[in-house]
Design a protein around this ligand. Structure first.
Ligand code: FMN
Length: 445
């Protein structure tokens, strides 16, 4: 059976309710406005900017603990601001929704520490308040510091987290899809508010979770939020094949990312799903200027603000390995840990032709994290995106920033018009919910 691959790229803005997301130290750049993330005006401005650029969604990352793997405590994260402070991303959504109508919102929420009942209620509420533009990035976390904050000794083992996630999805889907019938609400003075025969308690008695609940929210435009997921390990892949509608992949090169995408599309086919109905978005950081030479200079300027200690703090948290005792010229070798498996593979065995030292990895992740930096004129960057689309078989990009909001201004004002000329990007939002928008290609008028 053949499935058609869409031509238009999908673009998400990748951000966090924190002064440092993926580019540690860049808050010190004179044009960076990350100090303003604690207040709403910057987020409203960003939401309008992303919508002007027809971004499909802003994807908000989240962690529930400090990065305290580096050096064995949180001092490095505190001193460098590496994803600390980290404020609740969900609370930004209604404000951004109120100044936009097409932009989607992918919000990260960990299922490890919260009953499915409460999670389902918050996402249903957000689906109503955004008119069906909410997505959930399903994560289980990778930091033991979060587990300790929740009263546990440590996080669940890697594959046990996915087992919990599987059970959890059954419970939240039961609430979203089965507790209320479409026509349950009458809002009729003669007949009453809702029909008791069309609303019910749903029962979930799974291996990990037990719930007997009537969903507290009325059916929302999407019911189930659009489901995002980001794991690439065997357990993560299986989970994605069963549940995800959008998958984030992250790796430094096509050589690393392409096999992961291939494995995911194969797993989707094996699960009986259209492999191209799931949007695969690769992490990337664009640096766009008038000419390739100017973009190179701009990138060098950005790099001069990278805080290497902040980069190693993030890396240690992602990989679950303390890089403090390493010499900078030491090679990075694969170590099994209970943090992200694919993050570790990125810089070790995923590309046998490339050996990374600790210094090289810190420099690489310092601008935008583990993904590539696409730098050049708008045309050069657009061509590079098209190459990734073709050779890594991705549907689009999750765009991290170096300088906020400068990176996104470069994308909206320079790159998007070129992508549109190349017929690689839509010229208007499709109607409907976030799920319907992502399923639609916009024909060029
Ligand atoms: C682009 C990207 C963004 C992610 N964002 C978050 C996040 O905000 N919070 C989180 O706890 N995990 C996040 N993760 C981690 C994943 O949820 C997952 O734990 C990780 O990719 C490891 O999964 P794996 O071991 O199955 O590969 C992200 C991963 C990727 C690739």
């Amino acid at each position: 059976m053949g499935f058609a691959k869409p031509r238009q790229l999908r673009l998400n803005a990748f951000a966090m309710h924190a002064p440092t997301h993926q580019s540690p130290g860049l808050w010190r750049h004179p044009r960076d406005r990350s100090r303003e993330v604690m207040r709403l005006p910057l987020w409203l401005e960003l939401a309008r900017l992303w919508e002007d650029g027809l971004f499909d969604a802003v994807f908000l990352a989240d962690v529930l603990g400090p990065y305290d793997v580096y050096g064995g405590d949180a001092r490095g994260a505190i001193a460098t601001g590496a994803q600390l402070p980290a404020h609740d991303p969900m609370l930004l959504v209604p404000a951004m929704a109120s100044v936009t109508s097409g932009l989607g919102f992918g919000v990260t929420a960990s299922l490890s520490y919260e009953p499915p009942f409460l999670m389902a209620r918050r996402f249903s509420t957000l689906d109503h308040l955004t008119d069906g533009r909410i997505g959930w990035n399903i994560v289980t976390g990778y930091l033991d510091s979060a587990a300790r904050a929740m009263g546990r000794d440590r996080q669940l083992a890697h594959d046990d987290r996915y087992r919990l996630a599987e059970d959890y999805m059954e419970a939240v889907r039961a609430l979203w899809e089965r507790s209320w019938d479409d026509d349950a609400i009458l809002a009729d003075p003669a007949r009453g508010w809702a029909d008791p025969d069309r609303v019910r308690v749903v029962h979930h008695h799974g291996p990990e979770l037990r719930m007997d609940a009537l969903h507290l929210c009325a059916p929302s435009p999407q019911r189930t939020p659009l489901l995002f997921q980001a794991g690439s390990s065997p357990a993560g892949l299986g989970f994605a094949a069963r549940h995800a509608e959008c998958v984030f992949v992250s790796g430094p090169s096509i050589a690393v990312v392409a096999p992961r995408v291939r494995r995911l599309r194969d797993a989707l086919r094996a699960a009986g799903r259209d492999p191209y109905a799931v949007k695969v978005l690769a992490l990337a950081t664009p640096v766009v200027a008038d000419t390739d030479a100017q973009a190179r200079e701009l990138l060098a300027e950005y790099r001069s603000y990278v805080d290497p200690r902040g980069a190693l703090v993030l890396l240690s948290g992602w990989l679950g390995v303390d890089f403090a005792p390493y010499r900078l010229d030491e090679p990075v070798r694969f170590i099994e840990s209970d943090a992200g498996r694919s993050a570790m593979e990125n810089f070790t065995r995923a590309d046998p032709d490339r050996n990374w030292t600790v210094r090289e990895v810190a420099e690489h992740v310092g601008i935008g994290g583990a993904g590539p930096v696409f730098h050049g004129s708008a045309r050069t960057v657009a061509d590079e995106m098209a190459r990734w689309q073709r050779d890594a078989d991705v549907d689009g990009f999750n765009l991290a920033y170096a300088v906020l909001p400068e990176t996104f201004e470069q994308v909206v004002h320079r790159l998007v018009p070129v992508l549109q000329e190349m017929e690689l990007f839509k010229t208007a939002y499709a109607p409907g919910t976030l799920r319907q928008k992502l399923a639609t290609e916009i024909a060029r008028s």
